[in-house]
Design a protein around this ligand. Structure first.
Ligand SMILES: [Zn+2]
Length: 147
């Protein structure tokens, strides 16, 4: 099995392994069914780590947005009959189906799996090193001065 970087799509000898998840499993099952599976081991090579982090962060943001839209849809479809005709199992099912469809959009357009050993991008204004540690250090220095 060849190891292929999911960002530059080149064959690589080493890198960070992509973590298996239900979405990748589903994609692989579809590829197998359509006989387009390549059976490559998915990796992120060391020169693509930054690019991968950006993609993953973008996907997480997009997914979170769609999750809110889906939740609003489901709640609206379930709540609406409560005020009119009473609880309806039909609209609950419809809401869940709609919600699932909405969540499929970001997955199809920008899915980026989790990768072993690569964390998320550090938040803006926060250095990569733990900010808490820095704070502790400063407090310690203050205490030292008081003494
Ligand atoms: Zn690469």
């Amino acid at each position: 099995m060849a190891k292929v970087c999911i960002i530059c799509e080149k064959e690589v000898s080493a890198g960070h392994a992509v973590m298996e998840d239900p979405i990748l499993g589903t994609m692989r099952a579809i590829k197998r069914a359509t006989r387009t599976a390549k059976n490559n081991t998915l990796m992120v090579c060391s020169s693509c780590v930054g690019e991968y982090q950006k993609k993953r962060a973008a996907f997480e943001r997009t997914f979170a947005t769609y999750l809110v839209i889906a939740a609003v849809f489901v709640i609206a479809l379930v709540a609406f009959p409560l005020f009119t005709t009473g609880f309806s199992i039909g609209s609950l099912v419809l809401g869940l189906v709609f919600g699932a469809f909405i969540l499929v959009i970001p997955v199809l357009s920008s899915y980026s799996p989790r990768v072993e050993g690569i964390g998320p991008l550090p938040a803006k204004g926060e250095p990569a090193a733990s900010a808490k540690e820095v704070k502790k250090g400063r407090e310690g220095a203050k205490k030292g001065k008081r003494k």
